[in-house]
Structure formats: C-alpha cells, structure tokens
Design a binder for this molecule. Structure first.
Ligand code: KIV
Length: 275
C-alpha cells in the first residue's frame, strides 16, 4: 500500500485486488493514534472495546455514542495517513434504521471518522444500505459479535455448526450487497474465514479468524501486552508493556521516596544577576 498517501476506502479496495494485507489496530486517543499511524497502521478503529480497556467494564454494552464520538475526535487529531473508523456502540443503531443513520452521521460529523463499523449480518443490511446511500462508508462485522455476548452465552467461536456457518456466510454476502466496503471477521474457524474472503470482492479483516483474511486487526492494548492476565489464543503479544509500565512507575516511586528525584538536572535555579 502507498506509504505516504492517505488511506481511503479506495486504497483498501485496491489492496485486496493487489493481494496486499491490511493492517488495522484499535486506537482511543491522539497519542496512540499518532504512534500507530507513524508505525504504518492502515486503519485505526475507535472500537467499542474501549468499554473494557479504557473504561474497565466487563463487556462493550455500556459504551455510549457520546463516548465513541469523544474518542474519535482525539484519534482523528492524531492520525495523518490512516483511515479512521468509528465503532457504532450497542443500541446506537439497533432500534431503527433512522436512528442508525443518525448515529453513523454523528461519528463522521462530530467525531471526524472517515467511516463507521457495526455488528451484525442480514439484520443490519438495511441500515448499511441507507448509510451508504448518504455517503457514509460502512465496515461490517460478523462472526463473534461482542455486543451479542449474552445471546451467544459468552465469547465463543462462531460458525462451527451448519446453522451458525450459514449465518456468517449469508450475513457477509448481505453486507457486501448492501454496500459495505470492508468486513471484520471475528472468532470464526480459519476455513470459514478463507471461504468468506474468497467469495467477497470487499476486503475481510480478521481477528481470531486465521491467516487467510485480507487483513488483520488487534486491540492495541492486547498486542502491546498491557493486561498481564489477559491471554486469549488469538492474541499475539508484541511487547510486555503492562510489566514495563509497572516497573517504570515503581522506579519513580522508589526515587521519590528516596529523595533521588528530582535531581539537579530536573530542577530550576534562580538566574544569576547580570552585572
Ligand atoms: O471494538 C473493537 O475493538 C472491535 C475489534 C476487536 C474488531 O470491534
């Protein structure tokens, strides 16, 4: 993918055609957005995963549209090249098509996002169609959809039995037909993700969906290893930042208590009078 140009929905479509993998990470603030953008991430997702990693909830369900708008604004300020996607939180689009379109519009108008993402298959196709009609690009999300955690009975891999596999395939097809420009495949078997990816013209971006997707996404706190106790099978940790943050703060605390910080080089003195 072009390294200097802004990433758009067209760049992502061309990436699939050229067989180039798409790199997406979540971001929730301007600092991480800037770092991920400079590191070459193509897409920054302001995910409703912020309900867990930023707000400390057990699920994504309490996240509000105002929360996502707030974090989108920060991420949009930090991003230069990357394509910014605002996640539609639970109950910002489920009640009616009108509400869905209005919510999606807020993420672009107030949040500065370039596109929105929503969870679900056939049942959200009409909302996608209406958003796309009015110039709002939509990324779909099928398979393990965390907003349905209670209906799924937990965060379990989807698409393993025939009925569930059909739901994923039909949903993916309906979303492409409705105008989605990309599709997140979460928590499904490798073989099913490969089948969906081969059957669609739009790029698929996987998380816990094996290596055959057109791109991959991880929650940035997971890939950085921020939570030492969270080790799901689909996450690869590229750092142990949780441990490093703990050690850095412990060093600061030790030096403050020992009277070692601040040292002379961190302190100001009165200017000498000029004679
Ligand atoms: O909210 C989120 O971070 C997501 C990704 C994990 C796909 O939806």
């Amino acid at each position: 993918m072009e390294s200097s140009k802004k990433i758009t929905v067209k760049t992502l479509a061309r990436a699939k055609a050229a067989g180039e993998r798409i790199v997406m990470v979540t971001a929730y603030d301007a600092t991480f957005a800037r770092l991920a953008d400079r590191a070459g991430a193509d897409v920054l997702l302001v995910g409703d995963s912020l309900g867990m990693v930023i707000q400390g909830h057990d699920t994504t369900l309490p996240v509000t549209l105002d929360d996502i708008v707030y974090h989108c604004r920060a991420v949009a300020r930090g991003a230069e090249r990357a394509h910014v996607v605002g996640d539609m939180p639970f109950m910002s689009y489920q009640a009616s098509v009108e509400e869905g379109v209005r919510s999606a519009g807020r993420l672009l108008k107030e949040g500065g996002a370039h596109a929105v993402k929503l969870e679900g298959g056939v049942e959200v196709a009409e909302i996608v169609r209406r958003c796309v009609t009015f110039g709002i690009p939509v990324m779909g999300h099928v398979g393990l959809t965390p907003q349905s955690v209670h209906a799924m009975g937990g965060y379990s891999v989807q698409g393993r039995d025939e009925e569930s596999r059909r739901r994923v395939l039909d949903g993916a097809r309906a979303l492409e037909e409705a105008g989605c420009y990309a599709l997140v495949l979460e928590g499904i078997p490798t073989e099913l993700a490969q089948e969906v990816t081969a059957s669609l013209a739009i790029p698929t971006i996987g998380i816990g969906a094996g290596p055959h997707c057109d791109g991959q996404v991880l929650v940035i706190y997971d890939l950085l290893g921020m939570d030492e106790d969270f080790k799901p099978k689909f996450v690869k940790r590229y750092d142990a930042m949780g441990e490093r943050v703990r050690e850095a703060v412990a060093s600061f605390a030790r030096e403050v208590r020992a009277g070692e910080f601040p040292a002379a080089e961190h302190s100001f003195t009165l200017r000498r009078a000029v004679s």
